[in-house]
Design a protein around this ligand. Structure first.
Ligand code: ADP
Length: 611
């Protein structure tokens, strides 16, 4: 059975109740109508006939009185007119006997009428001469008898009419009460049946709705078992199929997700260096086994994981994490000096932090931090530095003697020399000077890198630093025909630095700029505020540096291929070490043919003090 049929059937009891009530009402009204008609047919006609007969009898009697009064013609005409009327009405009455006793009353009327007619014969016969006395003795009593008989018929029928009307009234009241009770009962039964049937028809809809709700709340195993109308069975089958597909999809995507998660965890676990992954809010999401073993805490323990890390490790992790999450891009260490030292049973371990942003669909989702174990590399570096320092140191004394000897010979203090010999000795002296510079630089560098560089910090003004550096290089600039200028912006904060070391940095950048500038060009030193630091920038209009060499100019012994043989490629490396020791930054912006801008920053101490 279809759902539609079921719903229609549910309406059927009410419709049936209405039909029954309507039928009963029609029948009852019909019955009452017929009862009324019957009263009209049975009694009203007889009443009418009795009254007409009485009227005709009165007229006949007055016709007789006309005859007695001598107006025979008039009297006879009246009698002749009303006699057949009486007859007709009597016949009607005779054929309309409906009440008990009516037959006898009618027969009595007929008999008295016949007796009256006999007596009337004497008065209405032409030529007869009836007397007043005869009328009173014969006709009048018969007239009154006949009238009484007609009255009796009349009364009989009138009584019947009254009785019938009372009966009809009672019947109609009874029918009314029955009808009202019937209507109420039918409505009650019809409504009950309709509600019942509707509920039964809707039961499968309820089952389906419950299943839909459960699937909606995430219970994809819910199914609707519907037995009923074909449409609903089909609907529930379609719904179950949909829920099954959803469940299969969720199981498969969940499985894939879990697999991918295991693979990701496996991948970072297989890395020998500690790896930590932070979420966008800074919370630690993941760490590999190496991280757990090295840092001594894990994600499984309760509480904030980072709080269990050693304070200096935590500080480094938070610093690199903030660097990446604040949108500054990857964090790359500038050197081994940024490595975190961890004490272990086999001596100290050095971990160099490196952090990269984690992106999901081009949006920053977190930061991955790798702590690279650089203990061995750092040891090699130290050995190399020690070696270089030792060699440089060992070079110094013989080099001094050599310079002295060459100088004395060149100045002819030990005897005359030829011009050619003098030229050779001058060249040798220049090379000795260069070698001395390199040895000094190497010793400086190794001192800085071995950590033995003690910064003697004091409050300085950038203006004074710049002035000193410019004064020291004024001669060299003049010789090369290069103009020097400065641009100083006011600063918010004080600068605390080692003036001698910063002078070395500024001097190095200035001498490079002067050396690489064409004659007549200008070199500008600009001091400005950059966040919480002061930025020194040395701008030249020289040949510039190509991008691939820009990255390497701060490496030791690196010299851009093709540049003049002055210098050993150590000046910028030393400058970088000094700036880093001051917790500053150093860099270069340059384009070939357009000059270079070498810059470094030094952090300012809070509290405003004009530069
Ligand atoms: P050097 O003592 O050899 O100049 P530096 O470390 O000071 O060594 O510089 C490294 C290299 O960088 C130089 O050899 C030079 O090629 C390049 N360089 C430094 N400053 C400039 C500059 N202002 N313009 C162009 N090249 C420069």
């Amino acid at each position: 059975m279809t759902f539609r049929t079921r719903l229609l059937l549910a309406e059927a009891p009410l419709a049936l109740a209405l039909a029954v009530i309507g039928l009963v009402a029609v029948l009852t009204v019909g019955q009452l109508g017929r009862a009324g008609e019957e009263v009209l047919a049975n009694n009203y006609r007889s009443v009418l006939a009795a009254q007409r007969m009485k009227e005709a009898l009165e007229r006949i009697d007055s016709g007789v009185l006309f005859v007695l009064a001598g107006e025979r013609a008039k009297g006879e005409a009246q009698i002749a007119l009303h006699r057949p009327r009486f007859e007709d009405e009597l016949k009607v009455q005779e054929s309309n006997i409906t009440e008990q006793g009516e037959r006898e009353a009618t027969e009595r009327l007929r008999a008295r009428w016949t007796a009256y007619l006999e007596a009337l014969q004497r008065f209405s016969t032409p030529g007869a001469d009836p007397r007043e006395v005869e009328y009173q003795a014969l006709l009048e009593p018969r007239f009154l008898d006949t009238k009484d008989a007609a009255d009796a018929v009349l009364a009989l029928n009138q009584d019947a009419m009254v009785r019938r009307s009372t009966q009809l009234h009672a019947t109609s009241e009874r029918v009314n009460a029955l009808l009202v009770a019937g209507v109420l009962l039918a409505l009650l039964l019809g409504s009950w049946a309709a509600v019942n049937l509707t509920n039964r028809a809707l039961r499968p809809v309820g089952v389906l709705r419950q299943a839909v709700r459960r699937v909606g709340t995430g219970d994809l195993a819910a199914r609707a078992v519907v037995k009923g109308p074909a449409e609903l069975e089909q609907l529930s089958a379609d719904f179950n199929a949909m829920a099954a597909r959803l469940q299969a999809y969720r199981e498969s995507s969940l499985g894939e997700l879990l697999q991918a998660q295991h693979a990701a965890q496996g991948a970072i676990d297989s890395l020998p260096d500690p790896v930590l992954v932070f979420g966008l809010g800074g919370q630690l999401l993941k760490m590999n086994r190496a991280a757990e073993a090295t840092l001594g805490f894990s994600l499984d323990e309760p509480g904030e994981p980072l709080s269990r890390a050693a304070p200096h490790v935590r500080e480094v992790l938070e610093r690199v994490r903030t660097h990446v999450l604040s949108g500054k891009g990857a964090f790359l260490p500038r050197g081994y000096e940024e490595a975190v030292r961890l004490e272990g049973p086999e001596g100290p371990t050095f971990l160099l932090p490196r952090a990269t942003p984690v992106y999901a669909e081009a949006a920053l989702m977190g930061a991955a931090v790798v702590l690279q174990d650089v203990t061995r590399l750092r040891r090699f570096d130290e050995l190399k530095n020690d070696l270089v320092a030792t060699v440089a140191h060992e070079f110094r004394t013989p080099l001094t003697s050599l310079r002295m000897a060459v100088h004395l010979c060149a100045e002819q203090a030990v005897g005359p020399i030829t011009e050619k010999q003098a030229d050779l000795l001058f060249a040798a002296r220049e090379d000795c000077e260069r070698l001395q510079g390199i040895v000094d630089d190497l010793l400086d560098l190794s001192r800085i890198q071995s950590g033995s560089l003690e910064l003697e910090k004091r409050e300085v003004t950038p203006g004074a630093l710049v002035d000193a550096a410019l004064a020291a290089h004024a001669m060299a600039a003049e010789q090369r025909g290069v103009r020097l200028s400065t641009q100083l912006e006011p600063l918010a904060g004080r600068l605390e630095a080692d003036p001698a070391r910063v002078d070395l940095v500024l001097g190095n950048l200035l001498s490079n700029a002067i050396r690489h500038s064409p004659p007549g060009a200008s070199v500008e030193v600009v001091v400005s505020q950059q966040g919480p630091a002061v930025r020194f920038e040395v701008r030249d209009r020289g040949e510039g540096i190509s991008p691939e060499h820009q990255k390497r100019v701060f490496e030791r012994f690196f010299r851009v291929p093709g540049t003049s043989r002055e210098g050993a490629g150590l000046g910028l490396a030393i400058a970088r070490e000094i700036v880093v020791a001051h917790h500053g930054d150093i860099g270069v912006e340059s384009a070939p043919g357009q000059g270079s801008r070498f810059w470094f920053t030094l952090p300012l101490v809070a509290s405003a003090a004009p530069a």
